[in-house]
Design a protein around this ligand. Structure first.
Ligand SMILES: Cc1cc2nc3c(=O)[nH]c(=O)nc-3n(C[C@H](O)[C@H](O)[C@H](O)COP(=O)(O)O)c2cc1C
Length: 311
C-alpha cells in the first residue's frame, strides 16, 4: 500500500484525510471521537469570543447529493477551546490539533486569536468565510476587510495560521484574493467553505428544508466538489509555491481525495460525509486513496500533488 503521509506547512500528518471544521467537532466528547478515529488530525469548530447557541432548528439537512446548513456558529466560546485543547493534546499527543477561529464582527478575530495563543493547538484555522450569520457579509468576499483582518491576526503571537476561504467563481476574484493572501506568512489555505446562501425547497411541505434566514444556507457535499476542485487548482497555480492547500468540498471517496491531490491539495477535510457516515469514513477514504496511488504507481502523495494533466 502506498503511503498517504503528508504535511501542511511544518506539520506532519500520518495520512491524508481529516475532519472539516464544523460537523461534529464542537464538544470534548465529539473531539475524542475524532481523536480515536483514523483522522490525520483533529480540527475543532470555529470559535467566537463568547459561547453561541447558533441559529434556530432545523438548521442542517442531509440532501440527495450533500447537505445544506445554516448553523450560525454554535460553539462553546474560545475559553472552552483553550482549555479542552490541552486535554485533547494530552490524550492524543501524536495527532496535530487545528483549532478553528471565527468572528461575528471584525473586532472578534484578534480577541479569539490572542486567546488561542495559550491553547495547545499546532495550528489555527481562521474562518474568513462563515456564510450563515444573519446580517454579516463574508469577510473573504470583501478584499479590503480580508486584508485588515489578516493584518491584525497575523501580528498576534506565533501559532501558525491558515485561512478558510469561501468558493470564488471569477478569475479576477481569485487574483485579487491571492494578492491579499500573498502579503502574509500563512501556513495553509483551506478551500472551500460551503457555497453560501443556497435554497432547497421541499415541494410536499411547500417550505424550505431549514428554518434560519428564510431557508437560505450553505451547500456542501457533491454539489460542491467541482467548485472546490477549481478553487484548490486556481490557488495552487497562483500561490502553490507559498502555501499548502487543504481541499474540502464533496470528498466522499478515495477517488475524490485523489482528484484534490491532482489539483494541488496537500490534504483533504471531510464534512458532509463525516456527518452521514461517522468516523469510519476517515480510514475508508484514506485506504481507497492509498489503493489508487499504488495502482497508478505513485510512491507518495508528494509524487502526485498538483500533477493534473492538461488535455
Ligand atoms: C454542520 C456544518 C457546520 C459547519 N461549520 C463550519 C464552521 O464552523 N467553520 C467553517 O469554516 N466551516 C464550517 N462548515 C463548512 C465545512 O467545514 C466544509 O467547508 C463544507 O461542509 C464543505 O465540505 P463537505 O462537502 O465535505 O461538507 C460547516 C459545515 C457543516 C455541514
Amino acid at each position: 500500500m502506498a503511503s498517504t503521509a503528508t504535511r501542511i506547512g511544518k506539520v506532519e500528518l500520518a495520512s491524508f484525510v481529516f475532519n472539516a471544521i464544523g460537523p461534529k467537532d464542537v464538544t470534548l466528547d465529539e473531539l475524542r471521537v475524532i481523536g480515536k478515529s483514523s483522522a490525520a488530525a483533529i480540527a475543532t469548530k470555529s470559535c467566537t469570543p463568547l459561547p453561541r447557541d447558533g441559529n434556530e432548528e432545523p438548521r442542517y439537512r442531509d440532501l440527495e447529493l450533500g447537505s445544506i446548513n445554516s448553523m450560525g456558529l454554535p460553539n462553546l466560546g474560545v475559553d472552552a477551546y483553550v482549555e479542552l485543547s490541552h486535554t485533547i493534546k494530552e490524550e492524543f499527543p501524536d495527532k496535530p490539533l487545528i483549532v478553528g477561529a471565527a468572528g461575528i464582527g471584525f473586532e472578534d478575530f484578534p480577541v479569539v486569536v490572542e486567546k488561542l495563543q495559550k491553547s495547545a493547538a499546532d495550528m489555527l484555522e481562521v474562518n474568513l468565510s462563515c456564510p450563515n450569520v444573519k446580517g454579516k457579509p463574508q469577510i473573504a468576499y470583501d478584499f479590503a476587510s480580508m486584508d485588515k483582518t489578516l493584518k491584525t491576526v497575523m501580528s498576534i503571537g506565533d501559532k501558525p495560521i491558515g485561512v478558510k476561504l469561501p468558493p470564488y467563481f471569477d478569475f479576477v476574484h481569485f487574483e485579487q484574493a491571492a494578492e491579499v493572501l500573498s502579503k502574509y506568512d500563512l501556513e495553509f489555505l483551506c478551500c472551500v467553505n460551503s457555497i453560501g446562501n443556497a435554497l432547497v425547497i421541499d415541494p410536499e411541505t411547500e417550505a424550505p428544508v431549514i428554518r434560519p434566514k428564510g431557508g437560505f444556507g450553505g451547500l456542501g457535499g457533491k454539489y460542491l466538489k467541482p467548485t472546490a476542485l477549481a478553487n484548490v487548482r486556481k490557488f495552487y497555480e497562483l500561490l502553490g509555491d507559498r502555501f499548502a492547500i487543504i481541499g474540502v468540498g464533496g470528498v466522499y471517496t478515495g477517488s475524490d481525495a485523489f482528484e484534490f491531490l491532482l489539483a494541488g491539495a496537500s490534504a483533504v477535510q471531510v464534512g458532509t460525509v463525516f456527518m452521514q457516515e461517522g468516523p469510519k469514513c476517515f480510514e475508508r477514504i484514506d485506504k481507497e486513496l492509498a489503493e489508487i496511488l499504488k495502482r497508478k504507481k505513485y510512491a507518495s502523495v508528494e509524487d502526485a500533488k498538483g500533477k493534473l494533466k492538461m488535455l
